[in-house]
Design a protein around this ligand. Structure first.
Ligand code: BES
Ligand code: MN
Ligand code: ZN
Length: 498
C-alpha cells in the first residue's frame, strides 16, 4: 500500500472514499472542514439524521450521499472529545482502515490525521497512522492455496496540518513506513512454522538483510561457538537435528567511535521444553519463541531504512529446543562463555541459557547499552497479560528511555518490574554457580535476575515479550512487538522524534 500526504484543501483529492471523524454527541471533528462544501453538507445531513452517534469504534459507510460528489463517505466515531488521546486515536485509525479495506475502495483520503490528539504533535499523528494502517493491512497467506480477496486499498492519502511543514511531514511518513516494514518482517518470521523457520532460515534472512542494506556481520556456526566456549547456548541445541546459529549484524550509521547500542533477541524456533517436555495444549504457539530474534531484525531493518545516525549491533542466538538422545537433562551442569557454571534444573528454561552467552558475547563491542528481547516466561503473561511487555534494567536512565519509547509508540507499552538482589537468592544451586530456574514465585523476575548475572559490565535492559509478541485465539499470530518501541527508542537517541 502506498501513502501520500497533503496539507491544505482536500476538495480535489478524496479518492474513492472520504473519511471524516465524528465525536460523541454528534460533533464533527474540527478538521472536517477543509473538504469542500458538498462534503460539509453531506456530513451535516447524516448527523442530523441521527445515524452516526460518534461512539468510539463505530463506523457509517455511505455510498454517494445526497450532496456529495465523491463515491463514498466514511464516518468514524471518535468517542468523547475530552478523552481523545493516544489509544482513541489508534482505535479510530484502525477502525477506518478496516472499513475502507472491506469496502473495496481502491484509494481513500483520511482526515483523521488532522484531529488534534492530547499532548501529541502533528508528526506523531502521521507516523502513528502509517504504522497502524500498515499493520491493519498486513496479511500472512503464504500457505493458503486460496488467497483471501486481493487487497483493494492501495493508496491512502493522509491529511496533514498546514503548519507542520513539508519536510517534517515527509520525515514522519518515512519513519512510519520504516517501522511498518520492520513490524511486517518480524510478524512474517514469527508466523512461519518451525519446519520452515529453522535457525538456518533465520540466519539466511539475516544475511539477506545484511546484503540489502550493506551491513557488516556474520553468522557464527557450531564449531566456532565451541571454540568460544558458549556451552550454555550449545546445551540447548544438543537435542535437535537443527544446527544452532548465532547471528551478528552491524549497522553503522554513526561516527566510527560511537559506542553501539546492542540488541539481543531470543531465537528459539521451536520450544518443546526439551526433556522437561511441555504439555500439548497450545504447543503450536511455541513456534513464536523466536519472536525476540525477529523483532531485533525488524528493528535493524527500520534503522537501516531510515539511515539513523547511530551504531547498532544485533545479536540473535537461534536454536531449536527438542528432546532426544543427546538432549540436555535436568541436573546437567554447563560452563557459560562468562565462565560461570550453570545447573540446568529445567530444560524448558532454555531462553536464558542462550541469552546469557549472547550477552557475554556483546561485551566485546563495548556497547553504550544492551537491550535483550525474549519470549522468556509464562509468568510474565500472568503478570501483565497481552498489554504491556515486562521491562527490567540495571540502569534507570535506560529504563526510563525505553518506557518513554513504548509510550510514544502508543500501542507498544512496557511496564517496569523490580530486579532487586533479594530475588537472586532463588537462583542458588547446590552444585554450580547458579541454577537456571528460581522456583514458582516471581518467575519473570528470577529469569531477569539470571540474565543480570551476565550483564554486569554494561547498561542493560531486558524486555519479556512472552505476552505481547503474539496473539492467541481467533487472532492467532505474531504482533511484531516490540519493533515500534525499539525503533522509537532509537529515533529518540538519534534526535529524530518530533
Ligand atoms: N518460551 C517459554 C516462555 C513462554 C511461555 C512464552 C508461554 C510464551 C508463552 C520459556 O522458554 C519457558 O518455557 N519458560 C518457562 C520457565 C520455567 C521452566 C522456569 C515457563 O515460563 O514456564
Ligand atoms: Mn522453554
Ligand atoms: Zn522458550
Amino acid at each position: 500500500m502506498e501513502f501520500s500526504i497533503k496539507s491544505g484543501n482536500l476538495e480535489k483529492r478524496r479518492g474513492a472514499c472520504l473519511v471524516l471523524g465524528v465525536f460523541e454527541s454528534r460533533t464533527p471533528a474540527p478538521a472536517s472542514w477543509a473538504v469542500g462544501q458538498d462534503a460539509r453538507r453531506a456530513l451535516a445531513e447524516v448527523l442530523a439524521s441521527g445515524d452516526m452517534n460518534g461512539r468510539a469504534g463505530s463506523t457509517l459507510m455511505l455510498r454517494k450521499p445526497h450532496a456529495l460528489g465523491s463515491e463514498r463517505l466514511l464516518l468514524v466515531g471518535l468517542g468523547k472529545e475530552r478523552e481523545f488521546g493516544d489509544q482513541a486515536y489508534a482505535t479510530a485509525i484502525r477502525t477506518a482502515v478496516k472499513a475502507i479495506r472491506d469496502s473495496g475502495a481502491a484509494d481513500a483520503a483520511l482526515l483523521l490525521t488532522r484531529i488534534p490528539v492530547k499532548k501529541r504533535s502533528a508528526a506523531w499523528r502521521i507516523r502513528q497512522a502509517v504504522i497502524i494502517a500498515s499493520e491493519t493491512m498486513y496479511r500472512f497467506d503464504r500457505f493458503k492455496s486460496k488467497k483471501e480477496d486481493k487487497r483493494p486499498l492501495d493508496d491512502l492519502l493522509l491529511a496533514v496540518d498546514d503548519k507542520i511543514g513539508e519536510t517534517a511531514a515527509a520525515q514522519a511518513l518515512a519513519q512510519g513506513l520504516a517501522i511498518g516494514e520492520g513490524v511486517a518482517l518480524a510478524k512474517t518470521l514469527g508466523n512461519l512454522p518451525s519446519n520452515v523457520c529453522t535457525p538456518a532460515y533465520l540466519a539466511e534472512a539475516a544475511r539477506q538483510l545484511m546484503e540489502e542494506h550493506q551491513l557488516g556481520g556474520q553468522v557464527i556456526e557450531h564449531a566456532e561457538m565451541e571454540k568460544l566456549g558458549m556451552h550454555a547456548l550449545l546445551s540447548v541445541a544438543k537435542g535437535s537435528r537443527q544446527a544452532p546459529k548465532l547471528i551478528v549484524a552491524h549497522y553503522r550509521g554513526g561516527k566510527s567511535g560511537d559506542k553501539p547500542i546492542v540488541l539481543v533477541g531470543k531465537g528459539v524456533t521451536f520450544d518443546s521444553g526439551g526433556i522437561s517436555l511441555k504439555p500439548g495444549e497450545g504447543l503450536d504457539e511455541m513456534k513464536f519463541d523466536m519472536c525476540g530474534a525477529a523483532s531485533v531484525l525488524g528493528t535493524l531493518k527500520a534503522a537501516a531504512r531510515l539511515q539513523l545516525p547511530l551504531n547498532l549491533t544485533v545479536i540473535a542466538p537461534c536454536v531449536e529446543n527438542m528432546p532426544g538422545g543427546m538432549a540436555s537433562k535436568p541436573g546437567d551442569i554447563v560452563t557459560s562463555l562468562s565462565g560461570q557454571s550453570i545447573e540446568i534444573l529445567n530444560t524448558d528454561a532454555e531462553g536464558r541459557l542462550i541469552l546469557c552467552d549472547a550477552l557475554s558475547y556483546a561485551e566485546r563491542f563495548k556497547p553504550q547499552a544492551v537491550i535483550d528481547v525474549a519470549t522468556l516466561t509464562g509468568a510474565c503473561v500472568v503478570a501483565l497479560g497481552h498489554v504491556a511487555s515486562g521491562l527490567f534494567a540495571n540502569n534507570d536512565e535506560l529504563a526510563g528511555a525505553l518506557l518513554d519509547a513504548g509510550d510514544t509508540a502508543a500501542v507498544d507499552r512496557a511496564w517496569r518490574l523490580p530486579l532487586w538482589d533479594d530475588y537472586q537468592e532463588q537462583l542458588k544451586s547446590n552444585f554450580a554457580d547458579l541454577a537456571n530456574i528460581g522456583g514458582r514465585p516471581a518467575g519473570s523476575i528470577t529469569a531477569a535476575c539470571f540474565l543480570s548475572r551476565f550483564a554486569g559490565k554494561f547498561a542493560w535492559a531486558h524486555l519479556d515479550v512472552a505476552g505481547t509478541a503474539r496473539k492467541s485465539g481467533a487472532d492467532k499470530g505474531a504482533t511484531g512487538r516490540p519493533v515500534p518501541l525499539l525503533t522509537h527508542f532509537l529515533l529518540a537517541r538519534a534526535g529524530k522524534l518530533r
